[in-house]
Ligand binder design. Structure first.
Ligand code: PMV
Length: 352
């Protein structure tokens, strides 16, 4: 770091996450229309280094240089400058006094179609909170630190609020959960049955192309979706059902909810106005194969999708070998360039 001539720097790695009950629809400043529950991944991560040195002038703008995968990235740089400008006054006023350098990379292939906003915003928020701790020398507790990081991550990308917490996280107000709130995610892990703390999550890459409709646009389309209110109520009911399955170790109910939520998300897209689809023919082919494999073998393999065509295979660790055979024999041929990211539940972010 000496060659960068910086006074201080911090590096965090933060994983991505997969929502089982989905957040789809928002209001105000990145507030969710319904609660969501997610599993934090292990392998799909962003690693971010934030460095800072005192400014030589008094200007009060954010001064940022951003590198992605070792290369200057002007498009991300201006996006991030805007984001930092939007949060600096309220949350990190000291940022204006420093020249900032952010260097970021992902552990998953650059164009694998895996949304990196959750892991990248999570890693950035954690770096900012550590910088604050170093500069202000304040004594925040670990709980307060994670709450603020989750809150800041949320302002960058709603789902990122959950990525700063390991294993199982919940974000969004819900009448049955006194701690759950719209500002930051909370940790559900202590109540979760051990079978879910070694859950596998293999990501079958159907397409790595950029999505035709962004998540931001998708959330916006929920505002006029005729099914929106019913959807938000349904999601909150499914939170109750999912939580019960997670507590009791009921893998079958868990899988049914995961699949129903994934298909609901895509159904909402199809009945938005204008309508759109992010699933591809291969996504449907894989879903059918998973369901017929399950019917034939009675093995607990389920699927989920994010806002894209790729399929997440969810299953308990003890059937890994059988699922490997299913992937190799039946599913790999449907994947773009035979790409699969073998992932699973993870412990959450760490400082390097
Ligand atoms: O965090 P955003 O704005 O990218 O929205 C994410 C939405 C889903 O990934 C589809 C669902 C979720 O809860 O993560």
């Amino acid at each position: 770091m000496n060659n960068l001539n910086v006074e201080k720097s911090v590096t965090w790695q933060c994983p991505s996450n997969l929502a089982i009950v989905k957040y789809w629809g928002k209001y105000g400043k990145q507030l969710p229309q319904n609660a969501s529950i997610s599993m934090t991944l292990k392998e799909a991560k962003t690693i971010t280094t934030l460095s800072w040195e005192s400014k030589k002038n008094n200007d009060q703008n954010i001064a940022l240089s951003f590198l992605f995968d070792g290369e200057k990235n002007k498009a991300f740089e201006s996006k991030l400058t805007k984001f930092l400008t939007s949060i600096a006054i309220d949350y990190f006023p000291f940022l204006m006094n420093y020249e900032l350098t952010i260097i970021s990379k992902n552990t998953f292939p650059h164009s694998s179609g895996i949304a990196s906003s959750a892991s990248s915003m999570g890693a950035l928020a954690l770096c900012l909170c550590t910088m604050e701790k170093n500069i202000l020398r304040n004594n925040v507790s670990d709980v307060e630190f994670i709450q603020k990081a989750s809150h800041i991550a949320r302002l960058g990308s709603g789902s990122a609020s959950r990525s700063v917490i390991g294993h199982w996280a919940m974000w969004g107000l819900h009448p049955n959960f006194s701690e759950a709130n719209n500002e930051y995610a909370v940790d559900l892990t202590p109540s979760v049955h051990p079978i879910f703390n070694s859950l596998k999550n293999d990501i079958l890459i159907v397409s790595a192309e950029k999505k035709s409709v962004s998540s931001t646009a998708g959330h916006q389309l929920m505002e006029n979706n005729p099914y929106a209110m019913a959807r938000y109520a349904q999601a909150n009911q499914r939170i109750v059902q999912l939580y019960s399955a997670l507590q009791t170790g009921d893998v079958e109910s868990f899988g049914m909810i995961a699949e129903a939520e994934a298909l609901t998300l895509h159904a909402l897209m199809m009945c938005s106005e204008p309508s759109y689809m992010l699933m591809e023919p291969a996504s449907l082919a894989i879903i059918k194969k998973i369901r017929s494999f399950r019917a034939d073998t009675k093995l607990p393999v389920y699927f989920s999708l994010d806002a894209g065509p790729n399929i997440h295979l969810l299953y308990p660790e003890n059937i890994s070998l059988q699922v490997q055979t299913l992937i190799d024999q039946d599913l790999l041929s449907q994947c773009q360039n035979f790409q699969v990211i073998r992932d699973g539940i993870g412990v959450g972010p760490s400082i390097l």
